[in-house]
Write a protein that binds this ligand. Structure first.
Ligand SMILES: Cc1ncc(COP(=O)(O)O)c(C=O)c1O
Length: 349
């Protein structure tokens, strides 16, 4: 699919990943909670995968909770912390350019009495650690700022924000759906207490992701899905062995090389007039560009039959101008001339 330029929305499942999943679909398909030998095999491969994920971010395997993806992990992080304060409520800091799964969780929490501060970005989509610091209140219990913006590709200064959270003894969560495997992450060096990740952004299957929770056994995170005690009692439901194995394989085989498509793209895009909507600190695989005129948009669409996004895939459902583009100061008219072109991801730091 060489006209597909929407890899920030989803990536294809790689051959390695498919091959790794197959035996766990129909050969060793036992419930990983079962006590017999096949159950134990499934259990063991899940624990091996937990180690693969943990090693990637400098965590302990016991701190990884498998979820259906980053949306669920983000819900678990925010609600799981907030629900500890159902009586006296608490204050949470986030940004106005988070993914909708964070923003809509925050609106829900506001409706039931929690206080949320939304930090606005500068014109390049950067969240200032100083602004985060200024927003801290006595009852702030959680700061949640994403690592890489899914529309702009901007890399946020999460280590600086983590250091502030650490100084004030506030939990720090980051949505790393767009950075996991692509950028180096060390949860200790970056003072990250919770981190969300997703399989289908790294050539893994859809429907699998994870939440890292620091020292989870001693945390008071409230479960979202009560069930049979799986995932340390935080996420009930039979563990999806093939998806979990696929996630691990995706991590192990994540490419380190720049793709041919990336090289071709940089040559082709030079032929158009546009403004790039992000700072120098961006991942090279996400380009958010505003064409300078409607005619230039038309020319681009006629000459390049590329599958791109305007905003994120979730904005496409609502057909509204992207909240991220509005937050960095683009008018609705400019937003309509704006495209997110995203290339095959690779390890870029
Ligand atoms: C930054 C960010 N957070 C969360 C998500 C949601 O991830 P998932 O599809 O795994 O629920 C996405 C994917 O679109 C994303 O880009």
């Amino acid at each position: 699919m060489n006209n597909y330029y929407d890899y920030a929305a989803s990536t294809p499942v790689s051959k390695y990943v498919l091959d790794s999943m197959n035996p766990w679909e129909s050969e060793v398909f036992a419930n990983p909670s079962a006590a017999h030998t096949d159950g134990k095999k499934a259990f063991n491969v899940i624990e091996e995968t937990r180690t693969i994920i943990a090693d990637k971010i400098g965590a302990m395997p016991s701190e990884i909770i498998f979820t259906s993806g980053a949306s669920e992990a983000n819900n678990m992080a925010l609600k799981g912390v907030a629900f500890q304060f159902l009586d006296d409520k608490c204050h949470i800091i986030t940004s106005s350019i988070e993914h909708k799964c964070i923003l809509n969780t925050c609106s829900f929490l506001e409706r039931v009495g929690f206080e949320i501060t939304y930090i606005s970005p500068n014109e390049h989509g950067e969240i200032s650690p100083d602004e985060v610091k200024k927003a801290i209140r006595e009852n702030t219990k959680l700061i949640s700022i994403h690592h890489v913006n899914n529309e702009l590709g901007t890399i946020q200064p999460i280590a600086d924000i983590g250091a502030i959270a650490f100084d004030y003894d506030i939990l720090f969560h980051t949505d790393a759906a767009q950075s996991f495997c692509k950028l180096d992450i060390d949860v200790d060096d970056m003072d990250i207490d919770m981190l969300s990740l997703s399989g289908h952004k790294i050539y893994g299957p859809k429907g699998i992701g994870a939440l890292y929770i620091r020292d989870v056994r001693n945390s008071d995170i409230v479960p979202l899905i009560h069930g049979g005690g799986q995932e340390l009692g935080l996420r009930g439901g039979t563990s999806p062995t093939p998806l979990i194995v696929g996630l691990g394989s995706a991590v192990e085989h994540f490419p380190e090389d720049v793709s041919e498509q990336q090289t071709l793209f940089t040559q082709v895009i030079k032929n158009y007039d546009f403004v790039k909507n992000s700072s120098l600190s961006t991942v090279p695989t996400i380009w958010n560009i505003t064409f300078t005129s409607d005619d230039e948009v038309k020319r681009f669409n006629i000459e390049q039959n590329w599958l791109t996004s305007q905003g994120s895939a979730c904005n496409a459902i609502s057909n509204m101008p992207s909240h991220v583009l509005n937050a960095i100061g683009l008018s609705d008219e400019e937003a309509r001339r704006t495209y997110r072109i995203s290339l095959p991801p690779f390890k870029c730091s």
